[in-house]
Design a protein. Structure first.
Length: 105
C-alpha cells in the first residue's frame, strides 16, 4: 500500500484522464491493479534501452519503466516537475512492490 500511495500522491494527478500526462494509464490507489493499465503494457514513450520493457512487469523491477523513470535525474524523469533528486525511499518501496508481485498479476 505504501508504493501505491506514493504513486497516487505523486503521479496520479497527471496520470489520469485529462490530468496533463499524455500516457494512457492511471495511478490511483483506489483502483485495482488490473484497472491501472500498466501491467505488462508497452511504454508509449520509449524503453530507455531496456530489453522487453513494459510500464510494470510483475516480479521484474529491472524491466519496469515506471521504476526506471523514478530512478532517473535527466530527461524522462518522473515525477517530472518539483524534484531534481531521486527519492530513494520511494524508489525502494516501488522496487519491492514490483519484485513481490506474482508474474501473472
Amino acid at each position: 500500500m505504501r508504493a501505491r500511495s506514493y504513486l497516487h500522491s505523486n503521479c496520479a494527478h497527471c496520470h489520469i484522464k485529462w490530468g496533463g500526462g499524455n500516457a494512457e494509464f492511471k495511478l490511483l490507489a483506489t483502483l485495482p491493479l488490473a484497472e491501472l493499465g500498466i501491467v505488462n503494457v508497452a511504454p508509449a514513450h520509449g524503453n530507455f534501452g531496456i530489453k522487453d520493457a513494459k510500464i510494470l512487469v510483475p516480479g521484474h523491477p529491472e524491466k519496469s519503466i515506471l521504476l526506471h523513470r523514478m530512478n532517473m535525474t535527466g530527461l524522462g524523469r518522473m515525477p517530472h516537475i518539483g524534484s531534481r533528486v531521486v527519492h530513494e525511499s520511494a524508489v525502494e518501496s516501488v522496487r519491492e512492490w514490483i519484485k513481490e508481485m506474482k508474474e501473472k498479476e
